[in-house]
Write a protein that binds this ligand. Structure first.
Ligand code: FES
Length: 137
């Protein structure tokens, strides 16, 4: 399978208050978005656990995105900051077991539909270059 033929499966955990709104705004604005991204709406990015991310990877996701409110704008004050730290540690652990680069976190507001599209396209291309997850073979 060549890089251009590989269509990655990506799970995007989106905070209800920001990135989900940005994704929704992108949709109603008819912006072009990669169709290989499955959005899971969560009440706050801080609710996304390591176990949920690993479960997504084990179930065949080639990459996992976690998107939360802009720093200092989390509706639960610091959920996004807790998640940022959690993801930073997870990324090191995934690197050590050969799954580096498959998890990323981004911050945005509900008005940032262009940013949502940019992030999704950028991450999709990044995962396309990495190739299929070793867990999905
Ligand atoms: Fe959006 Fe916490 S409410 S990241």
């Amino acid at each position: 399978m060549t890089e251009s033929e590989f269509d990655p499966n990506i799970i995007a955990f989106c905070c209800n208050w920001c990135s989900y709104g940005a994704a929704d705004l992108a949709g109603v604005s008819r912006m072009q978005c990669p169709t290989n991204v499955r959005v899971i709406r969560v009440p706050c990015s801080g609710r996304v656990t390591i176990k949920q991310i690993l479960t997504a990877l084990e179930a065949g996701a080639d990459g996992v995105l976690v998107t939360g409110c802009l720093e200092e704008q989390c509706h639960y004050l610091v959920g996004n900051l807790y998640e940022r730290d959690r993801i930073a540690k997870l990324k090191k652990d995934l690197e050590a077991i050969g799954l580096g680069g498959r998890v990323e976190m981004y911050f945005m507001s509900a008005a940032m539909a262009n940013e949502y599209i940019r992030v999704v396209k950028e991450f999709t291309e990044h995962i396309r270059k990495l190739g299929p997850s070793p867990l999905s073979k």
